[in-house]
Design a protein around this ligand. Structure first.
Ligand code: PRP
Ligand code: MN
Ligand code: MG
Length: 181
């Protein structure tokens, strides 16, 4: 296989930086949700790595559920019209929900999810996103826990894909333009 380093331009966030940040946010979440009925909801597939490492940085047992969504209609995700591919298994009534996402890009996926979850009787709903692109925002999303603000570039790794590839990289890196142009 081709050398993966040739397909990346710069590493934006290293594995070490990610893990240090996850420890920091896990400590905040543990304190904020002490004594509360917390449910982590991961958004498939990008959030798999964040969920795996973040949940293990928490000091106590915590349930997790998963939601798979996909945009449809146009070729891009910018329509904001979202289709449920896999719904939650959990009843949200009385639960303190923390949505775990890899990245907020336009914000459309999360704003749709927040609205969808709000109608299901959760006690509270907050968001943890490892990455956010402030310059790409199309809608504002209230996000209580943010790992890193990054520039508006095509990033892959640590769950983030290009054509389903690169999710298994340990760092978050900018994809070299020759790969997709
Ligand atoms: C990516 C990413 C976020 C979403 C962010 O998911 O994992 O879920 O896009 O974009 P937005 O803020 O513009 O809505 P994608 O739809 O590529 O699915 P995936 O997680 O399976 O890769
Ligand atoms: Mn996603
Ligand atoms: Mg994707």
């Amino acid at each position: 296989a081709a050398d993966i380093a040739d397909q990346l331009s710069t590493v934006l966030v290293t594995e070490e930086q990610i893990h240090a940040k996850l420890d920091e946010i896990a400590a905040r979440v543990a304190a904020d949700y002490a004594g509360k009925d917390l449910l982590l909801i991961g958004v498939l597939k990008g959030a798999v790595m964040v969920m795996a490492d973040f949940s293990r940085a928490l000091p106590e047992t915590v349930p997790m559920d998963w939601m798979a969504v996909s945009s449809y209609g146009a070729a891009t995700k910018s329509s904001g019209v979202v289709q449920i591919r896999k719904d939650l298994d959990t009843d949200l009534h009385g639960k303190h929900v923390l949505i775990v996402e890899d990245i907020i890009d336009s914000g459309l996926t999360l704003s749709w999810l927040l609205e969808n979850f709000a109608s299901r009787g959760a006690e509270s709903i907050e968001v943890f996103a490892l990455l956010r692109k402030p310059d790409a925002a199309k809608v504002h999303v209230d996000c209580k826990y943010i790992g890193f603000d990054i520039p508006n570039e095509f990033v892959v790794g640590y769950g983030l894909d290009y054509a389903e590839g690169y999710r298994n990289l340990r760092d978050v890196a900018v994809l070299a333009p020759h790969v997709y142009s």
